[in-house]
Design a protein around this ligand. Structure first.
Ligand SMILES: [Zn+2]
Length: 372
């Protein structure tokens, strides 16, 4: 259920994006509020006013969701876990927390921050409604926000991984056992809860309410996938964090500053079968050249052009002591298949994506054989 997303703004260094699927839920919520909720509890206004108030309420609901996700993010950042972006989409929001928490305690605090924020918001709106007991639409919006923030906190506290409650459950089990066992158990509860939601979907369908049937069904499917994927993700992270880049890198001799393309084609290209090569610059810094840039130069000029002239400074690299997990994450983030391995001012080699993927495949194969 992810489409292309629109970048909204940056806050605390976190990019906030709006997924196109958000518009579906924005419309549905505005519709429900404008056609049922507000006319029922606050009668006597025009169609247009109800839709306006419905739209405002839906936007404020998503602002509440954003604050919920920001709370997770700020606690994560406080503990040194990077958060790159927050996506708002059809089922609410999700903070892209880059790494697994380093300890059960941190996982617990990051997970509980969201529901605490939602409960707090609900309480704030309760206070405002208390001091503003008028029977008008402003009071209606306040009451609505009090209710949805409360519901948001309660729903997220269901111990179904990867919902916040599931993460809290995982941190509690993790404190007593290992992370993988904790993830296994909590994602099992996640899957169970997903099936319960789907069952609600079927019951709603029998009762003839198509929209809630669809809603439960989709949410159930989404949660079931999410819990499965999160478990696989954790397993993969654990495998890849056991190995270091130096164990899997290809050693590559860097291209020297005055080497021409002709020389490179004889001494480097046939020896190291990679797509990018490290190049030492005139200034002693490390540059990088792509084989496609070299191949675009006509062969007649190969004797006269230095490889360095086609190179660009390296932006992303790993150290030999980094884990394969870090290497793979960087590759995914920058959408590259190779990374130079740099130690101090020297290039030691190149780490390739296919080597990491082969390792993952081998691991899964082994696991399958153990199961049989
Ligand atoms: Zn949350």
């Amino acid at each position: 259920m992810r489409f292309k997303s629109i970048p909204l703004f940056k806050i605390f260094g976190i990019q906030v994006n709006l997924d196109f699927s958000w518009f579906i839920v924005f419309f549905l919520i505005s519709f429900t509020l404008a056609e049922y909720f507000y006319p029922h509890y606050y009668p006597g206004h025009s169609f247009l006013v109800y839709w306006l108030v419905g739209g405002i309420s839906a936007i404020l609901l998503f602002a509440s969701v954003l604050l919920h996700e920001l709370s997770h993010s700020l606690v994560a950042i406080h503990f040194g876990i990077p958060v790159r972006e927050i996506d708002l989409f059809i089922f609410g929001g999700v903070a892209m927390i880059e790494e697994e928490a380093p300890s059960p305690k941190v996982e617990f605090l990051v997970a509980i921050a969201g529901p605490v924020c939602s409960f707090f918001l609900s309480f704030v709106f309760f206070i405002i409604a208390f001091f503003y007991p008028q029977d008008d639409l402003f009071n209606g919006i306040i009451n609505y926000l009090m209710l949805v923030n409360f519901a948001l906190a309660v729903f997220n506290l269901v111990p179904a991984f990867p919902l916040d409650g599931g993460r809290i459950l995982r941190s509690v089990i993790w404190a007593k056992k290992d992370l993988l066992t904790a993830t296994k158990i909590s994602s099992w509860t996640g899957t169970a809860f997903a099936y319960i939601l789907m069952l609600f979907g079927i019951l709603s369908l029998i009762q003839g309410s198509l929209i809630s049937a669809m809603w439960y069904g989709l949410l159930g499917l989404f949660l079931r996938n999410a819990s499965k994927m999160s478990y696989e993700q954790t397993k993969l992270s654990l495998i890849l964090s056991k190995f270091r880049v130096e164990q899997f890198m290809h050693t590559v001799k860097p291209v020297l500053p005055d080497e021409t393309i002709s020389e490179f084609m004889i001494s480097h290209y046939p020896v190291y079968k990679t797509n990018s090569f490290p190049v030492i610059g005139d200034d002693g810094r490390i540059y990088e050249v792509n084989i496609s840039d070299i191949q675009s130069v006509p062969q007649s000029k190969w004797n006269f052009i230095r490889v360095l002239d086609l190179s660009h400074p390296i932006e992303v690299f790993v150290s030999p002591y980094d884990t394969l997990l870090k290497a793979l994450k960087l590759m995914n983030r920058y959408q590259v298949n190779e990374l130079p391995v740099v130690y101090g001012n020297t290039v030691l080699g190149i780490i390739k994506r296919d080597v990491i993927e082969a390792l993952i495949e081998r691991y899964y194969l082994q696991e399958k054989m153990q199961e049989n």
